[in-house]
Design a protein around this ligand. Structure first.
Ligand code: HEM
Length: 402
């Protein structure tokens, strides 16, 4: 069984650690340690052969993630930004192929690419700084305030955004450092968030990941095989801003979970908050994880089996004129707060062709009081335009920056 594989990835270039290189290699061949899995050797292409979207959107969730936002250095202009994106693209392509960049730190030396993805986006403020306001898509208009927001502006938004994901923590850190060094003198780090997901292979068979509340999270995501997937997630060919065609918009929210409160609730109560079972993710109306929710089913007491304020009911496309987004989050744990509560939750990232008709529409409804909201605090927010992948020989964002 291949662990942590992605569509286009091959099992080629299997990396076997340890022995080799030393004298007597051929005699020792049979004794050479065998790779435990193909997790390390799995590559995600920087320039996807067909789809033209950047990696890290439909790529299966990786075990480790870093989200970083940068602001352009004072006095930087469009040309400086273009030089930075050209350099970042080159580094990302090298690293995703498993090659070390120039002046390497050596942190990832023995590992394969481990499904590394590097995804680049532009924030609202980028366009003013670079004299490109006319090229700013309307979709980047700031998100509205929501009543329950407790946002820290210093950890929100930013001119440029990078999402890094990999199935190995050292590979992910290595990429983060390389990209940060590339930015020296051109852009300054604004904020950084570190997250994680289940390691591929940790469960007996591939499963939807769990979040830190213990729920199976990601079940009812749009699937690439859905007929309307591309239309919902990726910017269409007729978009006003031609440079965004084939791109997507990422909404990033750092959502702290009030775990001390949550964990006091019985499993029964917790399941009613979402509308799904905790053990297998099945809807409370029965079946297994993949069974559709029956939102109109009533119990013997005449009340809806999936409560009226259940998170999955309120967030579902059926309750939001079809609005849908691709949720691709990482969990986070940044130690403990002064009151002893864990500083932990979800780095919620969702992808859509139009944030107003997807994230914003759904979050407006959740904000009016779904059953999950009392256990959450939205602490940081970002909205980024993520252009399509670079053409061969090109860099991400060139059609905007040239
Ligand atoms: C569904 C958890 C925040 C949108 C779900 C499910 C869980 C969950 C367990 C059911 C399984 C699934 O279909 O994935 C959480 C947690 C959150 C959070 C723990 C915060 C820490 C949000 C936010 C949005 C959102 C901010 C969007 C504004 C959705 C959608 C679904 C969903 C669209 C699928 C509903 C359906 O079609 O059945 N969430 N969620 N969630 N959530 Fe959330």
């Amino acid at each position: 069984r291949l662990l942590g594989t992605v569509g286009a990835a091959g099992a080629a270039g299997l990396v076997v650690g340890g022995a080799g290189g030393a004298a007597g290699v051929s005699a020792a061949q049979d004794d050479a340690p065998k790779a435990l899995s193909t997790l390390g050797s799995t590559k995600v292409p920087f320039r996807p052969a067909r789809a033209g979207h950047q990696a890290g959107i439909t790529t299966p969730l990786q075990a480790k993630g870093h989200l970083v936002a940068f602001d352009l250095a004072p006095g930087s202009d469009r040309k400086d930004a273009a030089a930075l994106l050209r350099r970042w693209s080159r580094t990302a392509e090298e690293l995703m192929a498993g090659r070390a960049p120039d002046a390497d730190t050596g942190v990832a030396l023995d590992a394969g690419p481990s499904s590394l993805t590097v995804t680049f986006g532009f924030g609202h403020s980028f366009f003013g700084r670079t004299g490109l306001t006319k090229r700013r898509p309307l979709e980047l208009d700031p998100l509205p305030d929501f009543s329950a927001d407790a946002l820290d502006p210093k950890s929100s938004n930013g001119d440029l955004w990078i999402q890094i994901g990999a199935d190995d923590a050292l590979v992910a850190f290595h990429a983060l450092r390389a990209l940060q060094k590339d930015a020296a003198g051109r852009a300054r780090l604004r904020w950084q968030m570190n997250g994680f997901n289940r390691t591929p292979g940790a469960t007996a068979h591939p499963m939807t990941t769990r979040n830190l509340m213990g729920q199976i999270d990601g079940t009812n995501n749009p699937k690439p095989s859905d007929q309307d997937f591309d239309e919902r997630i990726f910017v269409g060919r007729d978009a006003d801003q031609a440079w965004m065609r084939g791109g997507s918009y990422a909404v990033v929210r750092r959502i702290r979970m009030l775990l001390d409160d949550w964990e006091k609730r019985s499993r029964h109560d917790q399941e009613r908050v979402i509308g799904r079972r905790k053990d297998n993710g099945a809807p409370l109306t029965g079946g297994s994880e993949g069974t559709p929710m029956r939102l109109d089913a009533n119990g013997p007491d005449g009340m809806p089996v999936i409560p009226a304020n259940a998170h999955a009911r309120i967030a579902a496309p059926e309750s939001n004129q079809g609005a849908a987004m691709l949720r691709r989050p990482f969990s986070y744990h940044d130690g403990f707060r002064e009151d002893g509560a864990p500083d932990a939750g979800l780095l919620f990232i969702c992808w859509q062709a139009d944030p107003l008709r997807a994230f914003t529409q759904v979050q407006r409804k959740l904000d009016r009081g779904d059953a999950l909201s009392p256990f959450l605090r939205h602490e940081a927010s970002g909205l980024f335009a993520v252009p399509p992948a670079a053409e061969p020989g090109d860099y991400v964002g060139r059609p905007l920056l040239e």
